[in-house]
Design a protein around this ligand. Structure first.
Ligand SMILES: [Fe+2]
Length: 160
């Protein structure tokens, strides 16, 4: 950890940074999975799904940046290289060969829901550690994940 004039203790900052780096790896992995879907989706709903997936990826990119910069603001190192992310991610591997729109929507909904659950846990963890700002950062991310999970699940209803 780097020295900083930030009044949060080294202990708090160290623990918060650990949680932030765990979710950073997940967010980067998830963003790439969404991009993979954006590039490879096929079928009658191609253009709407292609565009929706890109919107989700762009939103995740904003949170990736916010999480990473919160880490450095707290005196930590943001581990954003693919090699580090590949080791640290807790997101399940994406079914890379699927093409059908509803298969991608279902796979992304599962991945987003898993990420959303972990981000919600991170809100409580960082709040309890005494870092309301990081809890707020995760709260913003959580709200967006819930919104885009809703967007994805709305498509699954249409297919029933
Ligand atoms: Fe694109």
């Amino acid at each position: 950890m780097y020295d900083t004039r930030n009044d949060l203790s080294v202990k708090v900052r160290t623990n918060v940074v650990e949680t932030l780096n765990a979710r950073l790896a997940d967010a980067i992995d998830l963003r790439l999975q969404v991009k993979h879907a954006h590039w490879n989706v096929k079928g009658p709903h191609f253009i709407s799904l292609h565009e929706l997936f890109d919107k989700i990826a762009e939103n995740l990119e904003e949170h990736v940046d916010a999480i990473a910069e919160r880490i450095t603001a707290l005196g930590g190192t943001a581990y954003g290289t693919l090699a580090k992310v590949a080791r640290a991610t807790s997101v399940a591997a994406y079914p890379a060969e699927i093409t059908d729109g509803s298969a991608h929507v279902a796979a992304l909904a599962a991945a987003l829901a898993d990420f959303g659950k972990k981000v919600r846990v991170a809100i409580g963890e960082t709040d309890e550690l005494g870092d309301a700002d990081t809890a707020d950062l995760f709260t913003q991310a959580s709200r967006d994940v819930d919104k885009y999970l809703w967007f994805l699940e709305a498509h699954l209803h249409a297919n029933r």
